[in-house]
Design a protein around this ligand. Structure first.
Ligand SMILES: [Zn+2]
Length: 315
């Protein structure tokens, strides 16, 4: 009987020892998993922070291309720092006319993995953005301007008055487009707010006949009243979201039928800053200063660049 008791005690104490060893092994394993999960999470969070920073940097920098490559570079660095990069992290590749690339690298010190002998890891992120001719746009004005070389900060006639016989669209047309419908009311809404559907290079759209001087004046005055920027926007200093900016389809001037252009084919888009409706009564006409800027829409490097461009991430 005593022998049986001793054997039982011995068995139980062995079991306790085994259990203790199992607990220690489990704790080490748990610590290891905690270290991995925490420090992998730390690496992932830092990586995401760099991705956000370089994406913001190239998108902002590309807005200054191709005219201002040095400003593009400075803008990219500034956006990288504002969006989570430390000053020594962003590196800018040589900026080309159409592309800017930023890489950021960061060493991340581990918290738990040090127990396992790992002290730090490295994460990096890289982004490139490209600027190219805008090939589609939602919000265009219902006007059209013939294909030509545009000079920056120069005034262009965007809509004719009734006394203007030289309309490039032919007699009875004043430079207006019929977008998503016809008539003065539709034209006025499109001129005030921008046409709410997307126009694309290659689209064929109808011209609108009639002078529509009152709708023109109301719509342009509406836009001018809504420039609350200080100082007021001009062709040399403007907010890209300003309502005084008209984005206008550029057309191929060769679809003449019976001396009148009834449809135009869109070749691209150009931007103009309008300051007022000129002329009196039925003779009113719209003039705007040609500007270069970036707007929302698709873009294509192989299309004609009319100074209005789109920016997109390419890597
Ligand atoms: Zn403005």
């Amino acid at each position: 009987m005593n022998q049986l008791k001793r054997a039982l005690n011995c068995f139980l104490s062995d079991q306790r020892g085994v259990a203790m060893v199992m607990v220690v092994i489990s704790m080490i394993a748990l610590l290891g998993i905690t270290a991995l999960v925490t420090d992998i999470g730390l690496l992932a969070a830092n990586k995401q922070s760099l991705v956000n920073a370089v994406d913001a940097a190239v998108l902002a920098g590309a807005h200054e291309l191709p005219e201002k490559p040095l400003l593009a570079r400075d803008t990219a660095v500034s956006y990288a720092l504002q969006n989570g990069c430390n000053p020594d992290e962003p590196e800018i590749d040589p900026v080309t006319n159409s592309k800017i690339t930023v890489t950021a690298t960061r060493q991340v010190d581990y918290i738990f993995a040090k127990v396992l002998g790992f002290t730090s890891g490295t994460v990096s992120a890289n982004a490139s953005a490209r600027v190219a001719a805008l090939t589609s746009h939602r919000g265009a004005a219902p006007l059209a301007i013939p294909d030509q070389e545009f000079d920056f900060n120069t005034r262009y006639l965007l809509k004719q008055g009734s006394n203007n016989d030289g309309s490039p669209l032919g007699p009875g047309t004043y430079g207006a487009l019929s977008l998503g419908g016809t008539g003065a009311r539709n034209y006025e809404d499109n001129l005030k707010y921008g046409y709410q559907e997307t126009l694309r290079v290659g689209d064929i759209v109808n011209t609108e006949t009639g002078n529509m001087s009152n709708p023109t004046k109301r719509a342009i005055d509406y836009r001018i009243d809504r420039c609350n920027h200080v100082p007021e926007c001009t062709a040399t200093s403007f907010d890209p979201g300003c309502p005084k900016i008209l984005i206008i389809p550029v057309y191929e001037p060769n679809l003449l039928e019976d001396g009148q252009i009834k449809q135009i084919k869109i070749l691209g888009f150009a931007a103009f800053l309008v300051e007022r409706v000129e002329g009196q009564g039925n003779d009113n006409y719209i003039e705007g200063c040609f500007i270069k800027m970036v707007a929302e829409g698709d873009s294509d490097y192989f299309q004609v660049d009319y100074g209005l461009r789109g920016v997109k991430l390419i890597e």
